[in-house]
Design a protein around this ligand. Structure first.
Ligand SMILES: [Zn+2]
Length: 206
């Protein structure tokens, strides 16, 4: 049997057809702590997703720094102090995602170059994608891809993702030897990986 909390915080229990109702109820009771915890996480994430919607007045993260989305008379997005201003009468989500893509292209390419020089191996090609399923990936022929959404993360977390993907050039797996290599270039990688886990909702907001 397995338990799952859906996006609305509801409990889903999966059980084989022949399992008796009583056994299912006992299973739920035994796992009540897990259920309570998972429901709280689901609720927090739903709240965060709502707060970070790309609308005027919403919150926006860029390089880990928090901004409030507001408007400007100018034609281009302006990122000043604690405000990110988008042109009036434009669609906030389109403006912001295009802006993030543009930032991603210059920032990530320069950063990969720096890390590759330090680490001693680099990719065949760097691509910026719209992926919602993962922050970065490395193909069999060492083409490294990053979701433009990565630009919402703090710089040290972005560095971790870059180092992670670069380490897949010599190590095409997630075995111990891979993680040792990651740790050699990012001693705090566990902290950074944890940040990504707790901010996965950012993949869905824009
Ligand atoms: Zn990996």
């Amino acid at each position: 049997m397995a338990l799952q909390i859906d996006a609305k915080g509801g409990l889903i229990v999966r059980a084989p057809y022949q399992v008796k109702e009583r056994a299912i109820l006992e299973f739920i009771e035994r796992n009540q702590d897990w259920i309570d915890k998972a429901k709280k996480v689901s609720k927090d994430r739903a709240r965060e997703r709502k707060e970070y919607q790309p609308v005027i007045g919403g919150r926006f993260l860029f390089l880990g720094k928090e901004y409030i989305i507001s408007e400007t008379n100018e034609r281009k997005i302006q990122c000043l102090e604690d405000r990110i201003r988008i042109p009036q009468n434009s669609e906030a989500d389109k403006e912001l995602s295009q802006w993030l893509k543009k930032q991603a292209r210059s920032f990530l390419k320069a950063r990969v170059k720096d890390h590759a020089a330090r680490m001693g191996f680099g990719p065949e090609e760097i691509r910026i994608t719209q992926a919602r399923s993962r922050w970065g990936s490395c193909s069999g022929r060492n083409v490294i891809s990053f979701s433009y959404r990565l630009m919402m993360c703090p710089e040290e977390v972005i560095d971790y993702v870059i180092i992670h993907e670069l380490c897949h050039i010599p190590e095409k797996n997630h075995k111990n030897s891979f993680w040792q290599l990651v740790e050699a270039f990012d001693p705090d990688y566990k902290k950074h990986r944890e940040w990504l886990h707790s901010h996965g909702f950012l993949m869905e907001v824009i």
